[in-house]
Every structure is written in C-alpha cells, then in structure tokens.
Design a protein. Structure first.
Ligand SMILES: [Zn+2]
Length: 213
C-alpha cells in the first residue's frame, strides 16, 4: 500500500492514538506505549488518508475498483468501510456481533445489508491482534457466497500476519497492513518494568476511559 508506515505512525501520534507513558494492560502486564485506536478514528482527515491507502490497494490499472463491496466489523470497521467505499464509489457495510442460542458470538450482516453471491469483497479493519476479528468476518462473507479479495488493516500487532484461513472452508485469504507495531510489555515491578523502576504512576487505559490507578 502506498502510505508509508512512518506516516501511519505519525497520524497515530498526532491524534493521541499512540501514547507514551506507564500503562497497566488488560493482561496484567505493564507497557510503556498504548494504542487507543478511536483517537485516530475521530479525525475524518486522518481516516480519509488511511482509507485512501486501502482503496489504492484494490484499484486496477485503469483506476476502477477490483472489488464490488467494502465490509468491516463493528465498531471501528464501520467508519473504515464507509470512508473506503466512499473513495471507491462503492457500498460500504458492516457486520455486527450476534449471539446464538448457546451464547456463542458470531458476526452477521443485518439491517437489510445485501452481499451478492460472487461479489468481490474488500474487508477493512483497524487493528489486527489475534486475528479473531478478521476470522469472525469470514463466516458471513463465505455464507453469502462472496469472494474475499483482501483483508486490509491499519495496524498489525500480531507479529506479521499475511493470511487468514477460514476454519469452515479452509480457504486462505491475503492480509495486508499499513503498519506493523510490536510493543514490548513488562512484568510489573521495579526489576522488570522501566516505568516501575522510574517510579512513574500507572495508568489503566481502556474503553471506560483513561483513569489513573
Ligand atoms: Zn510498570
């Protein structure tokens, strides 16, 4: 994709989506940097620049899109699918998480969203960590009989994913990221964590807001 990793990092830094400090992570470990993706997604101009790189990836030599539809998972993927589709002149739709009778979560295109059999699909998402979010999107795409051309993410934190493989069909689909980010984590304690060693206050960031502990 045409956007440089350095430019993506700059967009994250400028927007406050990549912060430096001393953080208590959900895993219980500590980190010295933290990604809050919605900080960058709140700036349409930054989103537009990121999605232009997604769109470029699926344009043919004549400039026309090689896909028919852009899809994303809630919540960040809604914004990304919208903007990427706007730039390509296509529809952009999203899949929501629903729970079946047993309580297992899966993703579904609802609200009357149509995915035609044989249609070529670009899947967009914000951060790839374990790959679970992309995997969950394969099921509704494959169930519709559509063809996933590319899964494009802004940030790969998985350590270098190149494909996502459907557990249902066994098909492997290409994954591309604009930026690969490997953030070190530390066991809490002055002997193992630089932030603890420096005596810095610990922040516990998360979806409920940033609050000091
Ligand atoms: Zn620490």
């Amino acid at each position: 994709m045409s956007l440089s990793a350095a430019r993506v990092e700059a967009l994250f830094l400028e927007s406050g989506a990549l912060r430096a400090g001393h953080f208590a992570l959900k895993s219980g470990r500590h980190g010295d940097r933290y990604v809050e993706k919605f900080q960058v997604l709140q700036f349409p101009r930054a989103v537009s620049e990121l999605c232009a790189a997604f769109a470029d990836r699926v344009r043919g030599p004549d400039g026309r899109p090689l896909v028919d539809l852009v899809v994303g998972p809630t919540t960040g993927g809604v914004i990304l699918a919208f903007e990427t589709a706007r730039q390509l002149g296509l529809r952009g739709i999203f899949a929501e998480e629903v729970k079946d009778a047993s309580g297992a979560a899966r993703r579904e295109f609802r609200r009357g969203f149509r995915v035609d059999p044989g249609s070529r699909v670009l899947l967009v998402d914000d951060i790839l960590t374990t790959g679970g979010s992309l995997l969950a999107m394969l099921s509704p795409i494959e169930a519709a009989g559509a063809e996933l051309v590319l899964a494009a993410v802004i940030v790969d934190r998985s350590g270098g994913a190149t494909h996502v493989t459907s557990p249902v069909t066994g098909h492997s689909y290409p994954v591309e990221a604009l930026w690969s980010l490997d953030l070190p984590t530390y066991e809490a304690g002055a002997a193992t964590c630089p932030g603890c060693a420096a005596g810095l206050a610990v922040e516990a960031p998360g979806s409920s807001g940033t609050k000091a502990t």
